[in-house]
Write a protein that binds this ligand. Structure first.
Ligand code: SAM
Length: 196
């Protein structure tokens, strides 16, 4: 089985109960995004690994222009499309991000999904290809690195990897990105990188 198929099957199986298992309130997620994500009105935003679209509409609220969202799992995307049927400004794509052909984003946001991108080299080159010059890649988690490790314990190394401290994780990107922010604590793990 290719890693991609294993990843897709894993998240397809999670999709039916995904929204029920979300512990944070809508309001807390909105406040978290406002605090850590400097999206401005008019920015072109991509929600990478959007799942059921937990933050996609919130990104639209911040940018006020159409938002694209992509996920490998067809079951996750089906739920997102149903939930946001009335929002023609949200565009959901069922694809692997590394073969995504849309480009020209000001912001590419990964919310609670970064540990699932096992091949960071492929991720980095896709980010460089799809972001505008000076575009921002945001890795956002509304929990600690320790929580992430415990939540992924027992999950195959083809599905998730353990994250390094923010500065070490960010250093992997610094040949092609400059560091805007790297911070972690009990309730967050966030890295913002700007394409050079
Ligand atoms: C932990 S979920 C997070 C979903 C959503 N961001 C949220 O916060 O609810 C991780 C998501 O990453 C997606 N994913 C994993 N690898 C991917 C890839 N290469 N391209 C696009 N999506 C991917 C999975 O299908 C899954 O929906």
């Amino acid at each position: 089985m290719s890693n991609n198929k294993e990843m897709k099957d894993f998240f397809d199986s999670c999709a039916p109960t995904w929204d029920q298992n979300e512990e944070e309130s809508e309001k807390d997620i909105s406040l978290f995004l406002k605090k850590y994500l400097p999206v401005y009105k008019g920015s072109k935003v991509l929600d990478i690994a959007c799942g059921t679209g937990i933050i996609t509409k919130k990104l639209f609220d911040l940018s006020q222009v159409d938002v694209d969202a992509i996920d490998l799992s067809s079951k996750m995307i089906d739920i997102a499309k149903k939930k946001y049927f009335n929002y023609k400004q949200l565009h959901f794509y069922n694809q692997d991000f590394v073969s995504f052909s849309n480009t020209g984003y000001d912001f590419e946001v990964m919310f609670n999904a970064y540990p699932h991108f096992i091949d960071r080299g492929k991720l980095k080159s896709t980010l460089v290809r799809t972001l505008k010059p000076n575009g921002i890649f945001a890795i956002l988690h509304n929990c600690s690195r320790k929580d992430l490790v415990s939540c992924h314990s027992g999950v195959s190394s083809n599905i998730s990897r353990n994250l390094l401290p923010v500065d070490e994780e960010a250093s992997f990107y610094l040949d092609l990105f400059s560091l805007v922010m790297a911070d972690e604590g009990l309730d967050h793990y966030c890295i913002l990188l700007k394409k050079k």
